[in-house]
Design a protein around this ligand. Structure first.
Ligand code: ZN
Length: 117
């Protein structure tokens, strides 16, 4: 899928829908589900001895949401946008904004061209 860990995304469906960018903390299930900072927060009650709460109590934890409910955030557009893929002049794969065509960062390693000249 098109969202990667560390991306800024905008939630477009559900209780957390809005316009502000939020950070993706974790990508699960091959990219179909995402854990997004501050989204789908629940209290998890933990017993004493939990690493994040040694004396026990309530922890606030984000639960995963479906990747289809977010859009990748584009700095230039200042909003969530649809994402495309293309290869740049060095044959390096990159994501780009379908709205303003700006690059949204390289993906993977540079690739050799099939035909050398
Ligand atoms: Zn854009």
């Amino acid at each position: 899928m098109r969202i990667r860990s560390g991306d800024q995304v905008v939630v477009i469906r559900g209780d957390y829908a809005g316009t502000e960018p939020r950070q993706v903390l974790q990508v699960l299930d091959g990219g179909r589900r995402l854990v997004v900072q501050g989204v789908n927060v629940v209290y998890k009650h933990v017993r004493r001895g939990h690493p994040r709460s040694p004396q026990g109590g309530r922890l606030e934890v984000e639960l995963p949401i479906d990747a289809s409910n977010v859009l990748l955030y584009c700095d230039a557009c200042g909003r969530g946008v649809r994402v495309g893929y293309r290869f740049d002049d060095n044959n390096q794969k990159e994501r780009f904004c379908r709205r303003c065509s700006k690059s949204l960062g390289k993906i993977g390693r540079p690739r050799r061209r099939a035909t050398a000249s």
